[in-house]
Write a protein that binds this ligand. Structure first.
Ligand SMILES: NC(=O)c1ccc[n+]([C@@H]2O[C@H](COP(=O)([O-])OP(=O)(O)OC[C@H]3O[C@@H](n4cnc5c(N)ncnc54)[C@H](OP(=O)(O)O)[C@@H]3O)[C@@H](O)[C@H]2O)c1
Length: 180
């Protein structure tokens, strides 16, 4: 069955961006050539989900090019957010359960990438709708920033795979334990 996967890069102290939404720490210390290639991950993805914060960050930093045009994206916002014209994405105010069902359906048998940010990924985990975490941990501490996974309850995980990279980064894949 199609999985919802939160695939993200984080610091050693658990942040995905500085408080000012900067990612310089990641660009300054890329995971390296032995990291799982992005294309290998992306070829199994049939839809994406992201929060308004991540959508706005992408629009500001992706030089006008929507990076996921080949697959449908769901952008969560409680505001009347107007998306850039002609991008393959919709804004939704639905709850995580319904969005997960719609995204799985749209992904046509492939997995769904929960791009982030932390708040969005956590809300899907809290709703029991996230199946896997794929975190690339970069060897840097920031001391403060946007939290990687601010869940509102304990989420137990089963380690699936861990790989240390030459850069000092490491990839951790964890399956989320189902609760009854
Ligand atoms: N390091 C990485 O790999 C990586 C990956 C992704 C993102 N990021 C960074 O993460 C930052 C954004 O993360 P974030 O955690 O602050 O924000 P986010 O999860 O991207 O967006 C949160 C916003 O989405 C809207 N929303 C509506 N329904 C929601 C729901 N059920 N759950 C959660 N959000 C909902 C809310 O905005 P409204 O006010 O519109 O309702 C909320 O403030 C950016 O700086 C981005 O660059 C880093």
């Amino acid at each position: 069955m199609s999985k919802l996967i939160y695939y993200v890069a984080a610091t050693m102290d658990g942040y995905i961006a500085t408080k000012d939404h900067e990612l310089d720490w990641l660009y300054d210390c890329p995971p390296g050539d032995d990291a799982t290639p992005y294309d290998e991950f992306y070829q199994n993805i049939g839809a994406t989900i992201m929060g308004a914060g991540t959508y706005e960050w992408i629009m500001k930093n992706a030089a006008g090019e929507w990076p996921y045009q080949d697959i449908p994206s769901f952008v969560l916002s409680s505001r009347n957010l107007t998306l850039s014209a002609d991008i393959n994405a919709i804004v939704t105010q639905d709850n995580p359960k319904n969005i997960a069902a719609k995204a799985r359906n749209a992904a046509k048998g492939k997995d769904v990438w929960v791009i982030g940010g932390g708040k969005t990924a956590a809300s899907f985990a809290d709703a029991g709708e996230l199946q896997q975490l794929f975190i690339t941990t970069i060897p840097v501490f920031l001391g403060s920033g946007i939290p990687v996974f601010p869940v509102s309850q304990a989420i137990h995980v089963i380690p699936n795979k861990q790989r240390y990279l030459y850069s000092g980064a490491f990839e951790t894949i964890m399956d989320i334990k189902l609760t009854q």
